[in-house]
Structures are given as structure tokens and as C-alpha cells.
Design a binder for this molecule. Structure first.
Ligand SMILES: NC(=O)c1ccc[n+]([C@@H]2O[C@H](COP(=O)([O-])OP(=O)(O)OC[C@H]3O[C@@H](n4cnc5c(N)ncnc54)[C@H](O)[C@@H]3O)[C@@H](O)[C@H]2O)c1
Ligand SMILES: O=C(O)CC[C@H](O)C(=O)O
Length: 328
């Protein structure tokens, strides 16, 4: 059994955290031999609810959980953390526009970037789940200059999982047989879910599924899945978001198997002609806790036009977010 590591979950009294905390504390992210100290951050009015979550965590009797620290103070929450799940933010509800979220949520990530900068381990692995996730991750990194920007990522794993589920259902095969679907760009309705490199039972998805579906309904279903869940549940997706957050950090911590890639929002280095310094979802491979963008994949003109749309949205979001953070 190794020494405990400290892991923070923000928005710990919320919906996603309620599913996520179980998965983390049960050893399914950092491993069954990794003891954990969990710090749980939420805002002061939620401290009562958070107390209940803490009681339940104790009552689960998780062997790996050595301590649980609920707090409303970022300095306490981020102290010496090795991994950070930044979930806490307002979710979009029916009738709200995505833009309504940006100005409210982006400020949270400025504060938390500063807190990470001042209190976290310098090799902390940060996953931003709170929306607009890509731009929040960029802001967080911007305000944490002492931590390498490679350590800040945004969650598009839920979109990847959604894409896999759509293809598996269409082919009537197990989801574990469907690999290497890619999410490019923003975690929003402009993302481009791309099956061009995907395989199902070892065969190219493009040989098994009609191009007309892959270029239309497949793309729009995945793009709009979050909105469809909100319309049905009247609340944003939570169980599936928690599972995806756990998948994301588990793969970052333990690595990806050879030949298999996963999608993560990472600070662009200019790969595939995407402008530097926006958080863009790319296919990555992971080894020794370092991700690398998969290079050399072919993008046809259809794919390229989709990447242009999502890039434009991310550049606009960046400008808007910087203006909010600078008080303009
Ligand atoms: N990237 C993705 O794939 C994805 C998927 C689903 C949801 N989301 C986003 O995740 C976020 C959380 O969703 P949820 O359903 O858990 O929402 P929720 O409203 O149930 O919970 C959010 C929690 O965050 C807390 N919070 C607010 N400001 C905070 C702050 N400054 N510090 C710490 N905690 C704070 C709230 O008090 C609340 O307890 C939303 O922004 C949602 O849109 C992202
Ligand atoms: O607000 C949305 O449209 C999406 C909410 C969430 O990010 C999801 O993908 O389920």
C-alpha cells in the first residue's frame, strides 16, 4: 500500500460529485492499492449538504479512504493535491444559453487557478469538468503560471463515450469492441465526433457504417447529447459525466494501452493547424503520466471544415473569458 495522495473534488455537494466520489474512493481511478485523502470544496451555503456527503463517504467504509476534508476554503482544498477534479460550476438548465454560463463560471476558474498555483503540487493533474470546460481549463492554467500548462485538461471523454455508445448500438456489438473514435475541439455543440480512425471488432468503422450516418446523425447526436439529457432529466448529465471524469484521470494516471487513444481537451501546441493556446480536444496517447497528441491522422475537407467551426468558437470564448477575468 503506498502513502496516501491528496485529491480534491470541487462542487463536491453537487450532482456529478455524488457519483464521482464513490468511484474515486472505491479505488477505481488511482488504483486499488492507493490510499487517498479527499478534500471536498464547495461554497459556504452548501456546507450543510456537504456534511451529509461526508457522512455517507464514512458510511461506505472504503478501505482506501484515510481522511475526508470538507471545506469552503480553496487554500485548504488545494493544499498539496496530486489530482484535481474541478467540477464545481453552474450547470446549464433548460432555457439557458451556453453564453450565460461563461461569465458566471469563468471567474471560479480564475480563483481556483490561483489557488492551485499557490497550494497544489507542481505536478498536479487537473481535469476541468465545469462548463464551458475547455475555456475554464485555459483560464485556470493562465492563472497558475507555476504549474506546467500540460497539467491542465478539459473533459471531452463523456463525448467520446457517447460516440462509442452510438456506434456500438448501431452495430449491435459490445462497447469494448469499439475503439479510437475521436472528439475534436470544444465540449459543446460545435465539437467534431470523428469515426474516421475508429475500429469495431478490429475493422474500420467506416467499412461497417454508412458515411451518410457518420457525417450527419452520428455527429449531431453526439453534439447534442448533453442538451437531450437536460431536456429529458431537467438537469444536466451527472452519472455519465462522473464516469467519464474517472475514465479521464484513470487513463492519465495509469496510461493508455498501445495503439489506443483517448480524447482530452489540452492546450494546443499547434498540432493539426489548430491555433496555439486554446484548450482543444485532440486524440492523445498517455505514458508515464504524460499525454502526447497522436500525430499524422488524415483529415478530409469535411473534417477540416468541422474543425474550423469549433476552433472559431474556442477563440471567441477565449476572448470573452479574458475580458470577464480582466473586468472589462
Ligand atoms: N465536461 C462535461 O462533459 C460536463 C458534463 C456534464 C456537466 N458538466 C458541467 O459540470 C458542472 C457541474 O455540474 P453538476 O450537475 O454537478 O452541477 P450541480 O449544480 O449539481 O453542482 C455544482 C456544485 O458546484 C458548487 N459550486 C459552485 N461554485 C463553486 C465554487 N466557486 N467552488 C466550489 N464549488 C462550487 C455548487 O454549490 C454545487 O454544489 C456544470 O458546469 C456542468 O455544466 C460538464
Ligand atoms: O449544457 C449542455 O448543453 C451540456 C451539459 C453537459 O456538458 C453535457 O455534455 O452533458
Amino acid at each position: 500500500m503506498s502513502e496516501p495522495i491528496r485529491v480534491v473534488v470541487t462542487g463536491a455537494a453537487g450532482q456529478i460529485a455524488y457519483s464521482l466520489l464513490y468511484i474515486i474512493a472505491n479505488g477505481e481511478v488511482f488504483g486499488k492499492d492507493q490510499k487517498l485523502v479527499l478534500t471536498l470544496l464547495d461554497i459556504p451555503p452548501m456546507m450543510g449538504v456537504l456534511e451529509g456527503v461526508v457522512m455517507e463517504l464514512h458510511d461506505c467504509a472504503f478501505p482506501l479512504l484515510t481522511e475526508v476534508i470538507p471545506t469552503a476554503d480553496p487554500a485548504v482544498a488545494f493544499k498539496d493535491v496530486s489530482a484535481a477534479f474541478l467540477v464545481g460550476a453552474m450547470p446549464r438548465r433548460e432555457g439557458m444559453e451556453r453564453k450565460d454560463l461563461l461569465s458566471a463560471n469563468v471567474k471560479i476558474f480564475k480563483v481556483q487557478g490561483e489557488a492551485l498555483n499557490n497550494h497544489a503540487k507542481k505536478d498536479v493533474k487537473v481535469l476541468v469538468v465545469g462548463n464551458p470546460a475547455n475555456t475554464n481549463a485555459l483560464i485556470c492554467s493562465h492563472f497558475a503560471p507555476s504549474i506546467p500548462k500540460e497539467n491542465f485538461t478539459a473533459m471531452t471523454r463523456l463525448d467520446q463515450n457517447r460516440a462509442r455508445a452510438q456506434i456500438a448500438q448501431r452495430l449491435g456489438t459490445d462497447i469494448s469492441n469499439v475503439k479510437n473514435l475521436i472528439i475534436w475541439g470544444n465540449h459543446s455543440a460545435t465539437q467534431y465526433p470523428d469515426a474516421a480512425n475508429g475500429t469495431a471488432n478490429g475493422k474500420p468503422v467506416t467499412d461497417l457504417v454508412e458515411a451518410s450516418y457518420l457525417q450527419s446523425d452520428f455527429v449531431t447526436t453526439v453534439q447534442k447529447r448533453g442538451a437531450a439529457v437536460i431536456a429529458a432529466r431537467k438537469m444536466s448529465s451527472a452519472m455519465s459525466a462522473a464516469k467519464a471524469a474517472a475514465d479521464h484521470i484513470r487513463d492519465w494516471w495509469h496510461g493508455t494501452e498501445s495503439g489506443r487513444f483517448v480524447s482530452m481537451g489540452v492546450v494546443s501546441d499547434g498540432s493539426y493547424g489548430i491555433p496555439k493556446d486554446i484548450v482543444f480536444s485532440f486524440p492523445v496517447e498517455i505514458k508515464n503520466k504524460q499525454w502526447k497528441i497522436v500525430q499524422g491522422l488524415k483529415l478530409d475537407s469535411f473534417a477540416r471544415s468541422k474543425l474550423d467551426i469549433t476552433t472559431k468558437e474556442l477563440l471567441e470564448e477565449k476572448e470573452e473569458a479574458m475580458a470577464v477575468c480582466n473586468g472589462n
